[in-house]
Design a protein around this ligand. Structure first.
Ligand code: 13P
Ligand code: SF4
Length: 298
């Protein structure tokens, strides 16, 4: 069986498999650790393994490499890329900084190393609120997710400019979809990821990262939930809570880049050492500084 071969190769190569909650359920089930962007970064930073197989999209594997530069980091599918991370580039950010030298640059982890290297600090959806509050009296730029930036600006009345990037999955959520689902499932709590637009977030009972959504649903006495994030999260939600009901807010909450990775890809990645992530030396140090600052502040 493919699963047995993966386990055998993993032992032979002293590898660890990390998977994001948005991965296909077979991939989540073979992983040593399943988590959100923050948890997986922490695991990558402290692992004793020689090889990290990162089942996610390429900025995540790149982040793991920056945090664990002596390890071999593999991304099973070369084409798995987050469209949001491609919505900001280093030359444009450099130009912005020259024009706005007084703004602290807060960089969402969904970005590439050269952008991180130009930033003061990185954040994930799980720690953005905590980290941004350290700068609450200063001018900030939040890059590249406009929705998360707008959400925190609105919540705390902060001076944050936002880059016009977005997640192609969460940005399409509509208020009408929440209202319709509430009517269909009266009494269900609505849990939404902060990459959704503000007017949609205002309809939520809880806003949080994927891990925070799982923790909230697991500890809540409520029995029914409407889930406003990518549908891979339904697997851990249902596994941890067999007595509860989960409805996806819309059927198109599916990130095709996250879903590119199959068990076969994980097997081939371990067998052939594909695809190894490298980070150019000139950006490694700067990106590491912004990520280390995030780790200190989380
Ligand atoms: P978290 O893992 O921080 O919940 O973010 C979700 C995401 O969009 C990852 O691509
Ligand atoms: Fe990028 Fe959105 Fe897919 Fe996450 S869910 S990888 S932010 S496109």
């Amino acid at each position: 069986m493919l699963q047995d071969e993966i386990i055998r190769l993993k032992r032979e190569k002293n590898a660890v498999i990390l998977a994001h909650y948005y991965q296909d359920k077979d991939v989540q089930d073979i992983a040593d650790y399943v988590g959100d962007s923050l948890e997986l970064s922490k695991i990558a930073a402290r692992t004793q393994a020689d090889v990290i197989v990162f089942c996610g999209v390429n900025f995540m594997a790149e982040t793991a490499k920056i945090l664990s530069p002596t390890k071999k980091v593999l991304l099973p599918v070369k084409e798995a890329k987050c469209p949001m991370a491609m919505m900001v580039d280093a030359p444009s950010l450099k130009k912005y900084k020259e024009e706005h030298p007084d703004r602290i640059v807060i960089c969402y982890v969904n970005s590439y190393a050269d952008v991180k290297a130009l930033s003061d600090v990185c954040v994930t959806s799980a720690n953005a609120e905590k980290i941004i509050m350290n700068y609450k009296d200063q001018k900030m730029l939040y890059v590249p997710d406009k929705n998360l930036g707008i959400y925190l600006r609105d919540k705390y009345n902060l001076d944050i400019e936002v880059w016009p990037g977005f997640c192609c999955i969460h940005n399409h959520l509509k208020v009408a979809q929440v209202l319709e689902m509430r009517e269909k499932h009266p009494g269900a709590l609505v849990l939404i990821h902060p990459e959704a637009p503000l007017k949609v977030l205002k309809q939520a009972d809880f806003i949080g990262s994927t891990k925070q959504i799982i923790d909230y649903a697991t500890s809540s006495p409520a029995k029914e939930f409407i889930i406003g994030t990518e549908d891979g999260i339904l697997h851990p939600l249902r596994k941890n809570n067999p007595d509860k009901q989960f409805h996806i807010l819309t059927p198109d909450l599916r990130c095709w880049d996250m879903k590119l990775t199959t068990l076969q890809d994980v097997y081939l990645s371990l067998k052939n050492d594909t695809y190894e992530i490298t980070v150019p030396e000139d950006v490694m140090q700067g990106a590491r500084r912004a990520l280390d600052k995030m780790m200190e502040m989380s």
